[in-house]
Design a binder for this molecule. Structure first.
Ligand code: BGC
Length: 804
């Protein structure tokens, strides 16, 4: 186990509360991790959970989703069709700083003597709250309270309320509220998965200050994007004070000089707004920022708090997963879901970065993480947001067509990693070669359509994606000379430790599904909506014979299978690879990608993340129960879980095949990925895919839900140690409430039309408002020694391949 894994903050700092993540002591060792865990965001704007005073800080990130700079990728050896421009999210000017001086002494958290300290991420209020008393050696004592929020209702807006009260004697108090150009560094911590740009890639074009307001405007040097950032303030106090605003080349400041009197509260409210554009002039964005500030000041902080609470009440109503009488699980669940809310709620016209807006990891890029790990949660809790994210892919279809041409293919190829729709992956083996992204998008589209019944979206948006992705697959693969099977060579599946392989099982299965869905949808369209069909013929040259081609490729898809061992093969070469020596690989050599040259890893039979196992989850109906069991046992021992995307999927299949202990401990691993810093890199941001995966371990794993072909079924396996599980799902506009114990299941439909579901093997006709209770016959095997959810238990979480 690597040192970083042991560094997670101990239980005495982070206490267990169902609605709050609480830090009871300031400890600089956990600063970087806490900046990610305590981040506040709304899917558009994100601020790391840094100290209000700006120092000390590790990654001082503020991010606007999609606001990026481009840079030429320089290859030592160029080749045709390589991605040309890198895209990196920019750490925008930092507007959350409020410095405090009492009697000219700066308040600096690490050296201050504190009488009491508490910082909490309040997941119901949507605020980051801090409360402490600073005891100065002069005898002065100062109460400091702050509340920070990034508004979920008003996507461009954040606000901070900062209260200071002198407790011992009168003294001058100075509050300096700043917006400061952030400094960037390419790889802040040397990890190749992290790159960051700060304001050095921005040209400051506007800077003005008046009254208590500062407005600044910028343009990127190369991506052609513009940004405005503005702050405004209000002070409420009976103390007398003066205010001065100024701005210079790299910062804007509003300084309050206050004659502090003992016992009199000084309340500074700071309103912060950011606006970005690909087209607009900087000045226009600055004016927008000023209008938003006018409105914010009018609403006041209380108004923002109230709307934040309303938003979250609605979020929890649709999304909460309750585990009655289990505060530890409850906090873990809510923490993960809250960050999902923060990563996606206002992601309009943009995607979901792998780390949300909590850190610089993966440069703010969107991956398949969105479709396979985040969209299931959104589809069943907030389908409107799921639709936004699918539409965002559609908006980038033209770039995907262009990319297909660049890699000499027909149709469209969606980028493996991107912000602006173009491929940003410079490492094709574990990047561009992951053609499965096309099928992942289509899979998520289908699930969305099945769960919502949104046929219009399928017609208007989905159909074109289906045609272009189907074209790519038939063009990419070929019919084998000897067996006439359709084969797809030279691709990388989800497992990034086996790259550029022939016939990756996951890819072939998902491509087949993609093709069949395209055939079904486009044929139905030709009959039911000839007009739309005609528009596809006219606009994108759809030919009738194309559809037959898709069908043949799908029907004759080759799927690698090893008859002797009775397991599906991850790809054609998998079986013949040399075995990785897990016994001699010390735990500090994980993740392997940080310790071994890729070519070494690629030679071995070692798996980074669920691949066949993921196929068995997404397309479970394609496998028999016995196959699932054999495949799971075979791949589980070869999988390092070096990707945070792995354990959740393994948990779900472990639950299905009756490996209850593994299902439980892998679920914990996903749930604590960030809270206990399982992967050792939470400082770079929270793992949003793992968070979505954790939700899936509860719903698809323990509740045993499946949603094949639009039919919802449950085969619950709630571990005895969990006690129970209660959650709502949105299904075709109605609300299904599921209430499970280890031995019973109650389903209640809130809506108007009956709904048929499956419980175990029984069809259950649900009538609105009438609860239906069923016994759970397939009892879970007691999760005997399975650990409880505590941070210290997470230390027991080790790569499956390594000695544990
Ligand atoms: C995983 C990918 C994932 C990416 C971003 C990588 O480590 O292997 O599957 O998309 O991280 O989360």
């Amino acid at each position: 186990m690597s040192d970083s894994r042991r560094q997670h903050a101990p239980q005495d700092i982070y206490t267990r509360e169902p609605w709050r993540l609480v830090e009871t002591r300031f400890d600089e060792r956990y600063l970087a991790a806490a900046e990610s865990l305590f981040a506040t965001a709304n899917g558009y704007l994100g601020m790391r959970g840094t100290c209000d005073e700006g120092q000390p800080v590790v990654h001082n990130g503020t991010y606007v989703n999609g606001f990026h700079e481009t840079w030429p990728i320089v290859y030592g050896e160029e080749a045709y069709g390589f991605a040309k421009l890198g895209q990196t999210i920019v750490d925008v000017p930092d507007a959350k700083i409020i410095r405090l001086y009492v009697d000219d002494e700066p308040f600096f958290l690490p050296t201050a003597t504190l009488e009491g300290f508490e910082r909490a991420l309040d997941m119901r209020a949507g605020t980051l709250d801090r409360e402490l008393v600073w005891a100065h050696s002069s005898g002065q004592r100062v109460s400091i309270r702050s509340r920070r929020l990034v508004s979920l209702e008003h996507r461009h807006l954040a606000a901070i309320e900062y209260d200071v009260t002198l407790l011992a004697s009168d003294a001058p108090v100075v509050l300096v509220s700043e917006v400061v150009d952030s400094g960037g560094s390419t790889h802040p911590n040397g990890d190749p998965r992290t790159r960051q740009f700060g304001c050095e890639v921005l040209d400051a074009e506007v800077g003005r200050a008046a009254d208590a307001r500062v407005v600044r405007g910028y343009a990127t040097r190369s991506s052609g994007m513009t940004l405005s950032c503005a702050i405004d303030h209000e002070v409420r106090t009976d103390c007398s004070f003066g205010v001065k605003a100024s701005t210079d080349e790299s910062a804007g400041r509003v300084v309050y000089s206050i004659d502090g009197t003992v016992g009199t509260r000084i309340r500074l409210t700071k309103y912060i707004t950011y606006h970005t554009s690909r087209r607009r002039q900087v000045e226009e964005l600055c004016q927008r920022a000023e209008r938003v500030l006018d409105r914010a000041v009018e609403k006041g902080f209380q108004g923002l708090l109230a709307s934040q609470r309303r938003f979250l009440d609605d979020f929890w109503h649709h999304s909460d997963v309750e585990v009655p009488d289990n505060p530890e699980w409850q906090q873990t669940i809510r923490f993960n879901l809250f960050h999902m809310c923060q990563a996606t709620s206002r992601a309009e016209g943009v995607g979901v970065p792998a780390k949300g807006l909590t850190g610089p990891g993966y440069e703010g890029h969107y991956f398949w993480d969105t479709e396979i790990y985040v969209l299931p949660f959104l589809t069943y809790t907030k389908p409107r947001i799921a639709q936004n994210l699918l539409r965002q892919r559609y908006d980038c279809l033209e770039e995907a067509r262009q990319r297909a041409r660049e890699v000499n293919q027909r149709g469209a190829l969606f980028p493996w990693r991107t912000i602006n729709g173009n491929e940003a992956s410079a490492y094709y083996a574990a990047g561009t070669a992951q053609y499965h992204i096309n099928a992942d998008i289509v899979y998520a589209l289908r699930k969305y359509v099945d769960a919502t019944g949104d046929g219009d979206f399928l017609k208007e948006v989905g159909a074109e994606i289906l045609v272009e992705t189907a074209r790519l697959w038939v063009d990419l693969g070929f019919f084998g000379r000897h067996d006439g099977k359709f084969r797809i060579n030279g691709v990388t599946g989800p497992d990034e430790y086996n790259t550029v392989v022939n016939n990756n099982l996951y890819t072939n299965l998902m491509a087949r599904e993609n093709l069949w869905y395209a055939v079904k949808t486009i044929r139905a369209l030709s009959e039911d909506d000839p007009q739309r069909f005609a528009s596809l013929v006219r606009d994108i040259g759809l030919g009738a014979d194309e559809i037959d081609g898709w069908r043949q490729a799908a029907d004759r898809m080759y799927l690698p299978y090893d008859e002797r061992d009775g397991v599906h093969l991850q790809d054609d070469s998998f079986k013949d690879k040399q075995d990785w020596d897990f016994d001699s690989t010390p735990l500090d050599k994980y993740p392997l990608l940080l310790h071994y040259h890729p070519l070494v890893i690629y030679r071995y039979r070692v798996v980074k993340q669920a691949d066949v196992v993921l196929a068995m989850f997404l397309l479970g109906h394609e496998f028999s129960h016995d196959q699932k069991r054999r495949n799971f046992v075979y791949y589980d021992q070869l999988t390092t879980r070096d990707s945070s995307l792995s354990c959740s999927i393994e948990s779900i299949i472990a639950a299905e095949v009756g490996e209850a202990d593994k299902a439980f401990s892998y679920s914990i691993e996903a749930g604590l990925m960030d809270l206990a810093d399982v992967a050792g890199n939470v400082q770079d941001g929270c793992h949003i895919a793992s968070m979505g995966g954790f939700w899936m371990t509860l719903i698809y794993g323990f509740a045993g839900m499946r949603d094949t072909g639009g039919r919802i079924s449950f085969a619950p396996k709630v571990p005895v140690r969990l006690g129970g599980l209660r959650f709502p799902l949105q299904i075709r506009g109605q609300r299904l409430e599921v209430d499970l114990t280890p031995t019973s299941a109650t389903y209640t439909l809130r809506g108007e039309a009956p709904l048929t579901i499956v419980h175990e093997d029984e069809l259950v006709e649900l009538e609105p408002e009438v609860p239906s209770t069923r016994e759970v016959r397939r009892r879970p095997q007691a999760a005997g020694g399975a650990p409880a959810v505590t941070a210290s238990d997470a230390e027991a979480v080790t790569p499956a391949g390594g000695p544990s």
